[in-house]
Design a protein around this ligand. Structure first.
Ligand SMILES: N[C@H](CCC[C@H](N)C(=O)O)C(=O)O
Length: 276
């Protein structure tokens, strides 16, 4: 299987160009290639496929093999790949990507023939809880705001993100009965000022990642709804910054950030992974 390793502010995935080849049982492949010691090492697998209704279609799989409906850092890398590899004409500065959360519009910033930063119309977020609702986790009450941006998020505002032991606590947030059976992506936010928040994330199906684009969008929306920030928010994540903007007229969120190719490679997928 030929692949391209790409990352969006440190949220790294293995990408396969399915205009050229098919991937059998992508969930099993995602589990195998994501392993950072026995595989390639990534936060998951993303397939770039033909589409009848958009320039391409994105299929996204977390490290545990579960399929995500949308991936913010991933879709920026998909847009970059499609442009850089000539799957759309080079004079294009916008393109569309079909996802399980609908068709997303992307705008490209091109330098020396390569897409370097992209803006994604993330659509209209929806509130999936009260603006502040609580859950009890390991005997402590946590207040969250539930936001869906094509995939589900629970946003918690905290005084300090660095001291959180996500490796220990993350699964309790991910599998809490309030969010079952789908599970949830959990973001932990420190408000820095009215245009800047800091975020750590425990992703459904992947654990802590260095960035989560949909999580950044959900967290910015929760911050705006809670009155903590203005409509334009810089979200600082472990891997870098994303810009989120709420357009009041359309109600849509827009996310802007970089996308980068790291390396190309090829890997033989062992038959045994399909029987593990
Ligand atoms: N773990 C997420 C998918 C990846 C989202 C994240 N990597 C992003 O950039 O949005 C889910 O299962 O809904």
């Amino acid at each position: 299987m030929d692949f391209t390793k790409m990352q969006g502010i440190g949220n790294d995935y293995v990408y396969v160009d399915c205009f050229k080849e098919q991937v059998k049982e992508p969930g099993a492949v995602a589990r195998f290639i994501s392993d950072r010691r026995f595989g390639i090492g990534s936060d998951g697998l993303i397939l770039i496929c033909p589409s009848r209704i958009a320039d391409c279609r994105m299929e996204m799989y977390n490290t545990d093999g579960s399929q995500g409906k949308m991936c913010g850092n991933g879709i920026r890398c998909v847009g970059k790949y499609v442009y850089d590899h000539g799957l759309v004409p080079s004079d294009r500065r916008s393109l569309t990507v079909e996802t399980l959360a609908g068709v997303k519009e992307l705008r490209l910033e091109v330098e020396e023939g390569k897409a370097v930063r992209l803006t994604v119309d993330m659509g209209k977020p929806s509130l999936t809880s009260e603006i502040s609702e609580s859950v009890t986790i390991e005997g402590k009450e946590w207040n969250f705001t539930g936001i869906d941006v094509g995939n589900p998020h629970a946003v918690y505002f905290v005084e300090d993100t660095d001291s959180l032991d996500l490796e220990k606590m993350g699964p309790h947030f991910e599998y809490h009965e309030r969010f079952m059976p789908d599970r949830v992506n959990s973001e932990f936010i420190r408000v820095i000022d009215r245009n800047h928040i800091q975020m750590r994330v425990w992703e459904r199906g992947s654990g802590e990642t260095w960035a989560c684009g949909t999580g950044a969008a959900a967290s910015a929306m929760a911050s705006i709804l809670s009155g903590y920030t203005e409509d334009e928010v810089t979200v600082s994540l472990r891997g870098g910054d994303l810009k989120i903007r709420l357009d009041r007229e359309s109600g849509h969120l827009f996310m802007t950030g970089p996308a980068a190719e790291v390396f190309h490679g090829s890997i033989d997928i062992p038959d045994k992974i399909y029987y593990d």
